[in-house]
Ligand binder design. Structure first.
Ligand code: AHR
Length: 317
């Protein structure tokens, strides 16, 4: 069998959506603040490898200026496209204009920016407001008419998930006067700050006796907070309900042990749809929709959390 035929057969057998000639793609990742972020990095590398793409990876270590510098470096290298998970929503106009000037398509992954959508090819992500709303509605349904004082751990200040998940949750509990957010603070999407900020919430709320539920903008902060709740001598998941977002293996483990109650899934595979859109664009200029939406499903303790943990634990989280 000729090499090209063999390659085409292999590609078809693997179900790879598009075959490209060793395209070069720059990927500016935020950092590794959460298990979800680690999985997105792993999967992006795998998706690129499967398609024979030369992926140039840059870890911004949580700094927007590093992401902007990485984008400028990718532009100088003349890459065929740029993937970026933008840490915050503002401040991208100039560098996006520079990419457009250089005719390099940019695809946003998992977070949005407030720049004109003419400046990027497409964005792949979830409906972040909807995720928060699902979490809020779950809580409203769970507590019914009982009074419920909620503490909230926010994601990175100025990031689209922190802004939208907050707004979504507030919409989810609106009309339920018995539910009130009494404290809300950023823990930067990290486990360590999740624990630290939760400790201060517990201290300020009679050792936790006045808290009915925790809403965390991601699972990692919830996992850190669960540790703080337990160390305060309370039963996490019972004394304080825990609802968060991402569906990482560790939250399913916590759910299987009764320490957490619900999570909303965010797929870490943003790169698959992004690279498919790029392949079509490179092939014949096909323009993708401006937003490619991924699914957001609610998981509760009734959804076989141990099985979900087992199914996900080796996927790069
Ligand atoms: O932008 C997606 C969010 O960023 C994830 O929910 C969180 O875990 C990550 O760090």
């Amino acid at each position: 069998m000729k090499l090209k035929t063999l390659m085409m057969t292999t590609v078809a057998a693997l179900g790879i959506a598009a075959m490209s000639e060793a395209q070069t793609v720059g990927f500016s990742q935020i950092g590794s603040e959460s298990g979800w972020r680690a999985a997105e990095t792993t999967i992006t590398k795998l998706q690129a490898e499967e398609r024979g793409i030369d992926l140039r990876f840059s870890d911004a270590q949580q700094k927007q200026e590093n992401q902007i510098a990485a984008m400028r470096s990718f532009i100088a290298q003349g890459v065929d496209a740029i993937l970026i998970a933008p840490i915050v929503a503002t401040g991208w106009d100039s560098v996006l204009e520079e990419a457009q000037e250089a005719e390099i398509p940019v695809v946003l992954l998992d977070r949005l920016v407030d720049s004109s959508d003419d400046l990027y090819l497409t964005a792949v992500g979830s409906d972040l407001v909807h995720e928060g709303k699902v979490a809020g509605q779950w809580l409203a349904k769970t507590v019914g008419d009982a009074p419920c004082r909620v503490v909230e751990l926010q994601g990175t200040t100025g990031s689209s998930p922190a802004i939208d998940r907050k707004a979504g949750f507030e919409a989810g509990i609106s009309g339920h006067a018995n539910i009130e957010i009494v404290r809300s603070q950023t823990a930067n999407f990290t486990r360590s700050l999740g624990k630290e900020v939760m400790e201060s919430f517990l201290q300020a709320e009679s050792g936790g006796a006045d808290i009915c539920a925790l809403y965390a903008h991601n699972d990692d902060m919830a996992v850190g907070a669960i540790q703080a709740i337990k160390e305060a001598g309370l039963k996490s998941g019972t004394d304080i309900l825990v609802v968060s977002i991402d569906a990482v293996p560790d939250i399913f483990k916590a759910m299987s042990e009764g320490d957490a109650n619900a999570t909303v899934e965010l797929t870490p595979n943003m790169a698959g749809p992004a690279l498919d859109a790029l392949a079509a664009y490179w092939k014949d200029g096909t323009m993708p929709p401006k937003f490619i939406q991924t699914e957001s499903a609610l998981y509760t303790v009734n959804d076989d959390p141990l099985g979900e943990y087992e199914a996900r634990k080796d996927l790069g989280y």
